[in-house]
Design a protein around this ligand. Structure first.
Ligand SMILES: Nc1ncnc2c1ncn2[C@@H]1O[C@H](COP(=O)(O)OP(=O)(O)OP(=O)(O)O)[C@@H](O)[C@H]1O
Ligand SMILES: [Mg+2]
Length: 439
């Protein structure tokens, strides 16, 4: 059994899917928005810009023209400071200054429409009979340059907005990730996992319904186990009575056959009761520091005479793990029993290897038997499932692997079954070193 899924655990589980799609869609949106902003500004510097900014430019020109009046030196200074060409026309003649403030040819300035944009204002001063005409020749490139900070500012704001929108999406989608982890846990057979319910929206309601569903399924499974154990328990007395009654029957083949059937039923009820006992033991497992190397050695000694033999590959140093010694022993016992039992006449010896890294220890049991088809791997972890029952040397009830799975889950570990090439089976058990037991 495992603890409820915590947000942190769920964050690390699986990274693709909807989140990736949102990221891609947001990235594409950002590109489109930036392109639109650039296109908009490009258009603004063309015809649209001319219309949009005509009036403020005329206002500016009128103010400047009023300041210049008929003072030629002021016109020259303004041309230089603002880098604009200025032409002042009066009935008496023309004065023209280029954007560098130097006297210039008025015709040349007026005709250079590729470079300049002309804003013309007419102002009458004092007693003059005719108004003066001021032509301000604005450098188009310089005008465009003034848009750049505006463009970059706008792009920056747009990107910030999109980034924020993405972060909000991620936040809203977090419960989906937890649900995903919950569904994964259930498909791995762990119906005790719960997903956090943090909101009351549609996803929150799905999470609540999911928790209720897994709770009910878990309850049903527990009831089934208890029923099996109770029936097994109740069967023991009638079986004992039948055995006594059988002794009173005359000897013969029929009596032997019935005796054999009764012994089989007795074994089955005993196994079922032991299983229930181990189930309870698993949920109250006593955690202690164990040396796996010693336990593995003891288990393997029990198989010393069983063909094809068992080899133990262990690291030179001891392998310490937190766990319940009795349960770990049952686990190893069952795995090695299967590997030996299902080996063929010409099979190589069974190999039991103990490995470790900083977080976990691994127990790998490999045999050279007929193997298990990949599509049967999930199935054989279920109780009472036996594949090709005729093939085994000794009979069993199809309960061993299910028991192993329970023990491993009680120790917060995992069990994986891998078909080997060209034949055989590898069963890999991972146990956390810390013994972070989740019952
Ligand atoms: N190493 C293996 N090689 C081939 N088949 C295997 C191996 N281990 C298990 N199986 C298949 O999986 C089935 C279930 O295994 P499990 O250990 O649960 O039951 P069992 O060994 O048949 O009986 P029990 O363990 O209750 O005595 C086996 O009947 C067998 O068909
Ligand atoms: Mg078995």
């Amino acid at each position: 059994m495992k603890q409820p899924i915590t947000p942190d655990k769920a964050e690390t589980a699986g990274g693709s899917s909807l989140i990736m799609r949102f990221a891609t869609a947001t990235g594409l949106l950002a590109v489109v928005v930036v392109l639109l902003a650039v296109l908009f500004f490009h258009a603004m510097s063309g015809d649209i810009f001319q219309v949009a900014f005509q009036s403020p430019l005329e206002e500016w020109s009128a103010t400047v023209a009023g300041h210049i009046g008929s003072d030629v030196s002021k016109a020259q200074a303004v041309a230089k400071i603002h880098k604009v060409g200025i032409i002042i026309s009066s009935p008496d003649g023309h004065y023209a200054f280029g954007p560098d403030g130097e006297p210039a040819d008025p015709e040349a300035l007026l005709n250079d429409t590729a470079r300049f944009r002309k804003i013309e204002v007419h102002i009458q001063h004092g007693t003059q009979v005719q108004p003066l005409t001021y032509s301000f020749m604005l450098d188009k490139e310089q005008l465009d340059e003034q848009h750049s900070p505006l463009l970059f500012g706008l792009i920056f704001l747009l990107l910030i907005t999109i980034g924020l929108a993405y972060a909000i999406q991620l936040h809203l989608l977090r419960p989906l990730k937890w649900l995903h982890s919950g569904v994964d846990a259930v498909s791995g057979g762990d119906f005790s996992s719960k997903v956090p319910v943090v909101r009351n929206d549609e996803i929150g309601r799905v999470a609540r319904a999911f928790n209720q569903m897994t709770g009910r399924v878990q309850q049903m499974m527990d009831d089934r186990e208890r029923l099996l154990a109770d029936v097994s328990h109740e069967l023991r007395s009638p079986l004992a009575r039948i055995k006594v009654a059988l002794e009173l029957l005359p000897e013969g083949d029929k009596r032997d056959a019935i005796g054999q059937d009764i012994r089989e039923m007795e074994t089955l009820t005993t196994v079922l009761l032991e299983r229930e006992q181990i189930r309870n033991q698993a949920s109250h497992a006593s955690i202690e520091m164990l040396n796996l190397v010693t336990i593995a050695g003891e288990v393997i000694d029990g198989f010393s005479d069983a063909p094809p033999g068992v080899e133990l590959n262990v690291p030179p140093q001891s392998m310490r793990v937190n766990g319940d010694a009795a349960l770990i022993k049952i686990l190893l016992q069952n795995l090695v029993d299967n590997a030996v039992k299902f080996s063929l006449a010409d099979s190589k010896p069974v190999a039991v290897s103990l490995l470790q890294n900083s977080d976990e220890v691994q127990i790998l049991v490999e045999d050279d038997g007929p193997g298990i088809a990949a599509d049967q791997v999930e199935k054989i972890l279920q109780p009472f499932v036996k594949l090709n029952p005729a093939r085994g040397h000794r009979t069993g009830y199809g309960l061993g692997l299910n028991l192993c799975q329970r023990i491993v889950q009680a120790q917060a570990g995992s069990i994986e079954i891998h078909p080997r090439e060209p034949r055989g089976t590898g069963v890999l058990v991972r146990l956390p070193k810390t013994g972070d037991r989740q019952v």
